[in-house]
Design a protein around this ligand. Structure first.
Ligand code: IPD
Ligand code: CA
Length: 274
């Protein structure tokens, strides 16, 4: 298996770099911007084009592998034990549309439903994050390590408003943000779930939480954070992370994860991905 994963990584990096070139070429020239679940949930022809490109290359190279992607998620595909490439072609589409450089392509590969390979590439920030299960995490080839933050009072916290605008979600976001924001060093919402998690893995930030994500937003970056020595878990009692649960708590240390989990007043139960 491990020699296969090395091969998949080489190929995955090639296609991620090409996806990044597609994003750069299209940047600032977005045509056909459409909305999905809410006026803040956007999709562009680049999101669709990149996903089509990645799926096409993966199917050509590995015909017996499966693919799951954000822009084809209306076709419900079961997540099975076979090697599965789970793709967010553009994570941070709102940023991409506004030419705010915090966006990326995210590629995670699962085998027997466990993440084994992760590639997150931001062409605008010039950062290529990679990890293989049990082999450490790297940014542009350099090993990554989380920051040993001692507690929430010293933490830089990341979270997002998300793209859902239902009343229950808005209330939950407001209550959760309010509960944490005055207890920490500072709070930021930069607009890409995958990069937020990679920034915790880099030690730039200490913790990230969000409700409403999908498996393609978090599968790759979660492996990167774990391989950088961090923790990914459920927001509730720091239980095991369920990639279909639509929520995540990602932290450099167990201590900060536990404090945030205990502080959040609302743990939204959204419609699952499976
Ligand atoms: C979104 C981004 C955003 C997060 C949303 C995601 P997309 O992904 O990661 O930061 O708040 O929950 O849906 O739609 O840009 O791929
Ligand atoms: Ca996306």
């Amino acid at each position: 298996m491990s020699s296969d994963v090395i091969e998949w990584e080489k190929f995955g990096i090639e296609i991620a770099l090409e996806a990044g070139r597609m994003m750069q070429e299209a940047s600032g020239r977005n045509k056909n911007i459409e909305t999905k679940c809410s006026p803040q949930d956007l999709v562009t022809e680049t999101d669709r084009g990149v996903e089509q490109f990645l799926f096409g290359e993966i199917k050509k190279r590995y015909p017996d592998h499966e693919t799951i992607g954000e822009e084809s998620s209306d076709v419900k595909k079961p997540w099975t034990d076979v090697p599965t490439w789970i793709i967010d072609p553009v994570d941070g589409t709102m940023n991409f549309v506004h030419t705010f450089p915090f966006c990326c392509v995210s590629i995670g590969v699962t085998y027997k439903k466990e993440p084994v390979l992760a590639i997150v590439y931001s062409p605008f920030l010039d950062k290529l994050f990679t990890a293989k299960k049990g082999q450490g995490a790297f940014c542009n080839g350099k090993p990554m390590k989380v920051r040993p933050c001692k507690g929430l009072s010293e933490a830089l916290v990341l979270s997002e408003l998300g793209s859902g605008r239902e009343e229950e979600r808005i209330n939950a976001v407001c209550q959760n943000v309010k509960s944490v924001m005055w207890k920490c060093h500072g709070m930021r919402g930069l607009g890409s779930a995958a990069l937020n998690i990679c920034y915790v893995a880099s030690g730039y930030a200490d913790v990230y939480f969000e409700f409403g994500l999908h498996i393609w937003d978090m599968v790759a970056a979660s492996l990167i954070l774990q391989e950088a020595g961090g923790v990914v878990c459920d927001t509730k009692n720091c239980g095991p992370l369920d990639l279909m649960s639509r929520r995540i708590l990602a932290s450099g240390t167990q201590q900060v994860a536990a404090e945030v989990s205990a502080t959040l007043p609302v743990h939204l139960e959204l419609e699952r991905d499976d």
